[in-house]
Design a protein around this ligand. Structure first.
Ligand SMILES: [Mg+2]
Length: 314
């Protein structure tokens, strides 16, 4: 049984779904919202049959979870899931408007990419790394062990990373450059906090005018000849709970009292805790995760909504 490379789901679709799955083109789910989250698993066939506007064929996937997650552009018209704070409370809005620091997750938030998966695919170990990611997400493996196992599989050399960067320019989410600029213009410090790699994230930070010492991410270590030598276990984000640790450190170091975390995943939500992020803003514009969306202080599907909230402040 092969897990789905895109969503790490170990399931195989039941035959009734599989026949449809294989007879229709599959599409890049990262640009679209989850069908499952919207409670629209049943009209799937109908939706797929009207998929003429869809993007980027992936092909080959029979994973049920992936199948449910496929959406075509017409789905953006569908109603959004209930129980989500799509409007901020007064207090949440006040904290957003007066934040001294905003920390952005990178993969599937600041950028549309999931860089570890893409680097793995580039190194031809995409499926094996996805399977490890799935087991890590199931909570059966320590975070640092999962990171080590994935890197050991990839064994990326310095040269590999450079070739990857040259052939995979980052796809920065729409509205991010303007939002970073607006926040910085208000005197708010912008940080990137990611379980990804500095080698990939530092160039993105430079593009956005974010200082390198505002980047918290993992460091791949190389031998003198550029071959893979491991990773820096001292990086906060190489450990479980690393984003919460980074948020606490930032607040202490700069003496901030209002820090916001923006992200799409469980480790981002985890940063919202006493001493860490004061509010968590979930972002579902790339991948919507219902279990995260329902716990976010504010959940947005468009980064530009965050910018608009800043601009509309009297
Ligand atoms: Mg993410």
């Amino acid at each position: 049984m092969k897990p789905c490379v895109q969503c790490c789901c170990p399931e195989v679709a039941p035959s009734s779904y599989r026949s449809q799955c294989q007879s229709k083109p599959l599409f890049d789910l990262r640009r679209h919202r989850s069908i499952e989250a919207l409670g629209h698993t049943k009209p799937l066939v109908k939706l797929l049959s009207g998929s003429s506007q869809c993007l980027k064929p992936l092909g080959g996937c029979t994973g049920l979870q992936h199948f449910r997650s496929i959406a075509c552009s017409s789905m953006t018209e569908l109603p959004r899931a209930a129980g989500i704070n799509s409007e901020p409370s007064k207090e949440v809005r006040r904290i957003w408007e007066t934040a001294q620091a905003v920390c952005f997750d990178v993969d599937s938030t600041l950028c549309e990419d999931e860089s570890i998966d893409e680097l793995a695919a580039f190194l031809n170990v995409g499926e094996a790394v996805a399977a490890l990611t799935a087991s890590a997400m199931g909570g059966s493996v320590l975070f640092q062990d999962a990171l080590k196992a994935r890197l050991d599989l990839m064994q990326p050399s310095h040269q590999d990373v450079q070739r990857f960067l040259a052939s995979h320019p980052p796809r920065i989410s729409q509205g991010i450059p303007e939002l970073v600029k607006a926040l910085q213009g208000r005197g708010c410090q912008v940080f990137l906090v990611s379980g990804g790699f500095r080698a990939i994230i530092n160039p993105i930070a430079a593009m956005l005018g974010i200082p390198q010492d505002h980047v918290f991410a993992n460091t791949i270590l190389f031998q003198e000849d550029g071959s893979f030598a491991g990773f820096d276990e001292k990086e906060l984000t190489s450990q479980g709970g690393g984003k919460a640790s980074a948020a606490r450190l930032i607040k202490e170091k700069y003496d901030f009292s209002r820090l916001v975390m923006v992200g799409d995943g469980a480790t981002d939500l985890e940063a919202r805790q006493p001493g860490g992020a004061d509010i968590f803003i979930g972002y579902g514009g790339v991948v919507e995760r219902p279990s995260i969306a329902s716990k976010a202080d504010w959940y947005v599907y468009d980064i530009r909504d965050l910018n608009q909230a800043l601009q509309s402040r009297p």
